[in-house]
Ligand binder design. Structure first.
Ligand SMILES: CC(C)(COP(=O)(O)OP(=O)(O)OC[C@H]1O[C@@H](n2cnc3c(N)ncnc32)[C@H](O)[C@@H]1OP(=O)(O)O)[C@@H](O)C(=O)NCCC(=O)NCCS
Length: 102
């Protein structure tokens, strides 16, 4: 089992909304959240936490392939990694994510 955690300041993700980082479905999710910086930061933190759990370090070109989807109740999960768990939390200014890969 491996764990990864990341914390992101919401202000820093303002210019990150692109398909170089987010998948099409994530961009749709962000749109549905009216572009909330806390949501963007949470998704970005989830991607970085994933790479930490993998132990690979962040591979920029693979950021859009780490896809965060949500169950009907809103709980996030990694679509690309079934044996995993993800939790995201945020305030207006900061987001944090924890990834566990079993
Ligand atoms: C979902 C819940 C745990 C979020 O807690 P919170 O303190 O409000 O918010 P946090 O910043 O800690 O977490 C928000 C993130 O949790 C995640 N999340 C959303 N629903 C979730 C759920 N059911 N389970 C786990 N994680 C969830 C999402 O990633 C969300 O980020 P996003 O909105 O940007 O996509 C909380 O609102 C809850 O328990 N809700 C119960 C169901 C509900 O919606 N009740 C409201 C009417 S009574």
């Amino acid at each position: 089992m491996n764990i990864g955690i990341d914390i992101v300041e919401c202000e820093r993700v303002k210019n990150l909304v692109s398909n170089k980082i987010f998948s099409q479905e994530e961009l749709e999710y962000i749109k549905n959240k009216n572009g909330a910086l806390s949501t963007i930061a949470g998704l970005f933190a989830a991607k970085e936490a994933y790479f930490k759990a993998k132990g690979s370090g962040i591979i920029k070109s693979e950021l859009p392939k780490v896809v965060i989807d949500h169950h009907k109740n809103g709980q996030p999960f990694y679509k690309n990694e079934h044996n995993s768990a993800l939790s995201i939390s945020h305030t207006d200014t900061t987001a944090v994510a924890v990834c566990i890969i079993f």
